[in-house]
Write a protein that binds this ligand. Structure first.
Ligand SMILES: NC(=O)c1ccc[n+]([C@@H]2O[C@H](COP(=O)([O-])OP(=O)(O)OC[C@H]3O[C@@H](n4cnc5c(N)ncnc54)[C@H](OP(=O)(O)O)[C@@H]3O)[C@@H](O)[C@H]2O)c1
Length: 483
């Protein structure tokens, strides 16, 4: 199926020479309209004084780097769809000049004045850029104007509130698209379909049937080249406040009245507001030391390039959360994320209760594995349902069988999250974007841990986090999924 009918517009990417634009946005834009006319004209903006041929050459190199787009096709596409404007030091007159350039391009391309302003910038550049846009009147145009803001949106509750206030000084909330790219993943969106189109699961999705819910976002990589950013962020800001909270709200939310952006986001915010304040004993922070991942010996976090040798930045967080509402009262939600864990995997694992009465002869309740549903977000998107079956033979003996559904087997390769998200911005659909109150609620929730972080526990690279994370789940007889 082709892309939906889209209004013609100007897509202005601030930070267009950066990694996100070159590696993610360009392929996503190219995939919307690989040949012929596109509904958009892209204006790349950055501080460096590049000329248009230089910018196009950089974009062609990025588009062709994996061999999927021939150089001639990419060059023709770039010549037709890409422009470049330098914003220099970002002084008010630079934004006035930018405004003039955008109007000129719109005239030349006969565009109706609709604009997407995409801030693909380091977070420190969000406020001055928003101020620059406002000072030059770029928050308004002849048609619609939409503002896209990348993550991280703030670094605590106060800064997120301040950034929201600045954004709202110029833009209405209906114009704002805060990105959490996890929301663009097919499996994350499928959570809503899975839950609300299948009565089988929805009727069991509550405290009567669910024993606990586990959400794991594991990375096998270390900090790589991101030490500069990561040292000031850590796993709590980098992963928990955004991605894990998004997975949690979509898993726990009630059915919205309609499939509509604000109705869905209202239900997500209700979950965040129902979360009990996190107590210190419900959080474990860890930092990886030297170890082995796969077959390779790897250095510890403090030995990584650019990391302070006495760094106290957490590379692992595990939390035990409680949702105080009718549906989830008493059901623990275990969240964990970490770097240099044994494998790269993201999943939501719903563990159901065991049967209330045991009646099979010659077996004990300990021999049964309670049903569970594991929703794989990445890689191998799909799900796995664990059920008990009788082993063939005269004896009554039970065995756990796992039923699999894998997206790629049925539908082939999935689109990148940025392809979904950029199309939604172009369509004006805010469902998969984080609303102002949502982002503030998730910062509010982790604020106690930012103010008083728990003791940092070491773990060897290649382990499933510090040993203390086990004690977090064992009360109630729970355990983390291994793998
Ligand atoms: N890269 C990813 O895969 C990824 C994934 C998810 C989210 N993000 C988010 O996307 C945003 C951009 O990430 P990135 O990896 O593309 O960053 P990046 O590679 O550092 O690129 C930043 C771009 O912004 C410009 N820039 C840097 N500092 C600036 C400043 N103070 N004022 C104005 N422009 C400035 C740079 O060009 P000039 O120096 O020429 O201005 C460059 O083009 C970040 O918020 C990041 O957290 C990135």
């Amino acid at each position: 199926m082709g892309p939906p009918e889209l209004a013609r517009h100007l897509l202005v990417v601030f930070g267009a020479t950066g990694d996100l634009m070159q590696r993610k946005l360009l392929p996503a834009l190219h995939s919307v309209a690989p040949v012929g006319d596109a509904p958009f004209v892209v204006v790349g903006v950055a501080r460096q004084p590049l000329d248009e041929p230089g910018f196009r050459a950089q974009c062609v190199a990025s588009l062709t780097s994996d061999g999927s787009v021939p150089t001639g096709d990419a060059a023709a596409w770039a010549a037709r769809h890409l422009h470049y404007v330098s914003v220099g030091a970002g002084a008010p007159e630079d934004y006035q000049r930018l405004s003039g350039e955008l109007e000129r391009i719109e005239r030349e391309e006969a565009l109706p004045g609709n604009r997407v302003l995409y801030l693909a910038l380091p977070a420190a550049a969000f406020p001055p850029t928003i101020e620059g846009l406002g000072s030059a009147g770029l928050h308004r145009s002849k048609g619609w104007t939409r503002l896209v803001v990348e993550k991280p949106f703030g670094r605590d509750l106060a800064s997120a509130r301040a950034l929201n206030a600045l954004v709202h000084q110029f833009f209405a909330e209906t114009q704002v698209y805060r990105i959490d790219h996890y929301l663009g993943k097919e499996t994350v969106q499928n959570l809503l379909v899975f839950r609300f189109a299948n009565m089988l699961f929805e009727s069991a999705w509550n405290r009567d049937r669910v024993d606990c819910v586990e959400i794991t976002v594991a990375e096998d990589l270390g900090v790589e080249h991101r030490a500069g950013y990561y040292e000031t962020a850590g796993a709590l800001r980098d992963m928990v406040q955004n991605h894990l909270m998004q997975l949690l709200t979509l898993t726990a939310m009630a059915v919205p009245a309609q499939y509509e952006a604000d109705q869905i986001r209202n239900e997500k915010v209700k979950v965040l507001r129902s979360l009990e304040a996190i107590r210190p004993e419900e959080a474990v922070f860890g930092q990886y030391g030297p170890g082995t991942v796969g077959a390779a010996a790897v250095p510890g976090y403090r030995e990584e390039p650019g990391v302070n040798p006495t760094s106290t930045t957490e590379t692992y967080v595990a939390l035990r959360l409680k949702i105080n509402n009718f549906r989830w009262q008493g059901v623990p939600f275990f969240l964990r994320t970490g770097k240099r864990l044994p494998t790269k995997t993201t999943y939501i694992h719903v563990h159901f209760r065991s049967p209330p009465v045991w009646f099979f002869p010659a077996t004990s309740p300990g021999e049964i594995t309670a049903n569970s549903l594991r929703i794989m977000v990445q890689p191998d998107e799909g799900f796995e349902l664990a059920i008990e079956v009788k082993k063939p033979g005269h004896e009554i003996a039970l065995q756990t069988q796992r039923m699999h559904f894998q997206y790629s087997e049925v539908f082939g390769p999935l689109a990148d999250a940025y392809q979904t998200l950029i199309l939604d911005v172009m369509r004006g659909d805010q469902t998969l974007f984080v609303r102002a109150d949502e982002v503030e609620e998730s910062w509010r929730l982790i604020a106690p841990l930012l103010e008083h972080p728990p003791a940092l526990r070491p773990y060897p690279a290649g382990a499933w986090g510090p040993t203390e994370s086990t004690a977090l789940v064992t009360p109630g007889g729970h355990h983390w999924t291994e793998g």
